[in-house]
Design a binder for this molecule. Structure first.
Ligand SMILES: [Zn+2]
Ligand SMILES: [Zn+2]
Length: 120
């Protein structure tokens, strides 16, 4: 009985160590860690910042977040809160570029067709 309690303790310790790794770059977390506002998952500040430039959902649980909390890993004290450029706003900008591209392609196609018509 004593032995099983010991192994259970060791297991719990191992899983705790796992959660202290950044799941984006898989290295051990440093003194300051970053966490999405809406969940408690921890990442390196650099990793989460880079991630938030393309997506505003947590890499693990897929919850949307609009702010990144920077914490001291040991004390879990909040150091600062960073705003995130929301991914859906970036998508709207991309759509605008698409429309612009489409327009310039159509204009080019029309001028090609015009020259073709003249050839006939
Ligand atoms: Zn990382
Ligand atoms: Zn999460």
């Amino acid at each position: 009985m004593n032995q099983s309690t010991q192994s259970r303790k060791r297991k719990r310790k191992e899983s705790k160590l796992e959660t202290e790794k950044c799941s984006i770059c898989l290295t051990k977390l440093r003194k300051y860690v970053a966490s999405p506002k809406n969940c408690r998952h921890l990442f390196c500040l650099g990793c989460l910042k880079r991630w938030s430039r393309t997506q505003n959902t947590c890499p693990i649980c897929r919850r949307r977040f609009s702010r990144i909390e920077v914490l001291n890993q040991r004390s879990k004290k909040l150091v600062r809160v960073l705003p995130v450029a929301r991914a859906d706003q970036q998508n709207i900008q991309l759509n605008r570029i698409d429309v612009f591209l489409m327009l310039s392609i159509t204009t080019r196609l029309m001028s090609i067709m015009r020259t073709l018509l003249y050839d006939i």
